[in-house]
Design a binder for this molecule. Structure first.
Ligand code: AHR
Length: 496
């Protein structure tokens, strides 16, 4: 097949928001323990942080990390994770039917985030707790000193306030699996009163209200409308979560997952604007896509099968070439919606459905999905350009017709560099892509992630089996570049 697109720096969507390259560290499985934190590991630093994982986090280009959950947060007492480690209790983590030893908590996370160079995004427990506990956590975290909780933080060895700006008002409270699950009315009231109190403490805090847990929830859309009617003037973002896998072996639909993500973004943006119109508000709520990824949910036995282990191996999916192409296309979608999506977090960072894998006491390695994330985070700079490929469609059982070629581009005013990110979703064959360029641009780099074996994965034994490789056959003819997109591939072409 063939396709064409035009890169024109005049057609701008919005600046590239660095917060789109967020990740997520939940107390779940081995994300924290033996993932980012493993005292006694040969590569652990004085704080017990794995320096190999810290280096990979920086290489991944992560800008922001959401913490500590996820479902975990909805039954979490933040007080358990601060103060002398030997005094911290072992608790039941009801979300993942695991034991939580609390050796890692708020202050450890902040120290880790500073070393990783990422902005912290904290989630509050609005499942089993409420306004008072949220206020106490924020006082402990952000108030300079002279009050009970700020002095407690100082007594714990943290003199300066952490200055966390971003706070999630709970997690997935529409889900019956959530501890303290609520109706939209119940949650909307609690989120509104928590937000009102937090903004009284500091009007500059940026607050995220919980949207639906996924696009298939029966109350998708209605939940957001009711929650935003209660919170509109006090919150800055509404959250979206989505996980994709080739359920029932439907790989064509899986490859078109970005069509679903795009639809979710448009639906929730429209819902938020509808509420704003009804309320005659001038505010514009942004979207926080704070959990997204490929997750083979069918392989997860369910929480009831879990049996109170400490940091068990949970949902450690091995990602293959197709998964990396889907992750690349989801990142393209987030950039294409950069005028509306202000925050995005790939879930999660280490071991648990993660780009970074580790063995306890052993090595760390990059999964296939690491690479499109790292290259997009590194090269998406400046302004997102509107790019609309003319291309054939693939027919999918779940989403109908979806364009075979999915793309975005960025243009950096400062350097003149333009980066094109493009996916060929078609399994049947390659696609010849013609790119119309602005005057003076020439290609400087062309990398592609593709493989004749779409099920190839990286592992301890072969950590670099799936990596991006230089693309071949890129031709330049005046202001037209032409390249071949292999079947099921993700590519980046940089022009300068
Ligand atoms: O990331 C895994 C889980 O998925 C999170 O804990 C929850 O918020 C979501 O359902």
């Amino acid at each position: 097949t063939s396709a064409r697109l035009t890169l024109d720096p005049a057609f701008r969507i919005a600046p590239v928001e660095p917060r789109l390259f967020g990740s997520f560290v939940e107390h779940m499985g081995r994300c924290v323990y033996t993932g980012v934190f493993e005292p006694g590991h040969p590569l652990a630093d004085a704080d017990g942080f794995r320096t190999d994982v810290l280096e990979l986090t920086r290489e991944l280009g992560v800008t922001l990390v959401r913490y500590p959950g996820g479902n975990f947060v909805s039954n979490y007492r933040w007080e358990d994770g601060v103060g002398p480690v030997e005094d911290r209790p072992v608790r039941l983590d009801l979300a993942w039917r695991s034991l939580e030893g609390n050796a890692f908590g708020l202050n450890e996370f902040m120290a880790w985030a500073a070393k990783a160079g990422v902005e912290p995004m904290m989630a509050l427990n609005l499942g089993t707790r409420g306004v008072a506990e949220a206020l106490e956590l924020v006082e402990y975290t952000n108030y300079p000193g002279g009050t009970r909780l700020s002095e407690l933080r100082r007594a714990h060895g943290v003199d300066k306030p952490h200055g966390v700006r971003l706070w999630c008002l709970g997690n997935e409270l529409d889900g019956p699996w959530q501890m303290g699950h609520k109706t939209a009315r119940e949650y909307g009231r609690l989120a509104a009163e928590t937000a009102r109190a937090l903004k009284r403490f500091d009007p500059d805090l940026s607050l995220v209200a919980c949207g639906s847990s996924n696009g298939g929830m029966p109350t998708f859309g209605a939940w957001e409308a009711e929650v935003l009617e209660a919170t509109y003037e006090m919150v800055d973002h509404i959250s979206l979560h989505a996980y994709y896998d080739p359920s029932d072996g439907d790989v064509d639909s899986f490859l078109a997952s970005a069509a679903d993500m795009d639809h979710m973004i448009r639906s929730i943006a429209a819902t938020a604007d509808h509420v704003g119109a009804k309320l005659r508000s001038r505010r514009r709520i942004k979207l926080s896509f704070d959990e997204w990824n490929v997750w083979y949910q069918s392989r997860f036995p369910g929480e009831s099968a879990l049996d109170w282990a400490e940091h068990p191996r949970l949902i450690e999916d091995d990602y293959d070439v197709t998964d990396a192409v889907v992750v690349g296309s989801l990142l393209i979608t987030l950039l294409r919606n950069a005028d509306r999506v202000g925050i995005a977090c790939q879930a999660q960072l280490a071991n648990v459905i993660a780009p970074i894998r580790t063995e306890p006491g052993g090595p760390a390695w990059r999964q296939s999905v690491f690479h499109p994330f790292a290259l997009t985070a590194r090269h998406a700079r400046g302004q997102v350009l509107r790019v609309e490929p003319e291309c054939p469609a693939i027919t999918t059982a779940r989403y109908g017709e979806a364009p075979a070629v999915w793309a975005t581009a960025t243009f950096d005013d400062a350097t003149g560099e333009t980066a094109l990110f493009v996916v060929n979703r078609d399994r049947r064959g390659p696609c010849e892509l013609e790119v119309a360029l602005p005057a003076g641009l020439v290609p400087v780099e062309h990398l592609e992630l593709a493989d004749p074996d779409l099920s190839a994965v990286n592992s301890v034994a072969a950590p670099d089996r799936v990596v991006p490789r230089p693309g071949t056959g890129l031709r330049l003819d005046g202001r037209r570049a032409a390249l071949t997109l292999p079947p099921v591939s993700w590519s980046i072409v940089r022009f300068a």
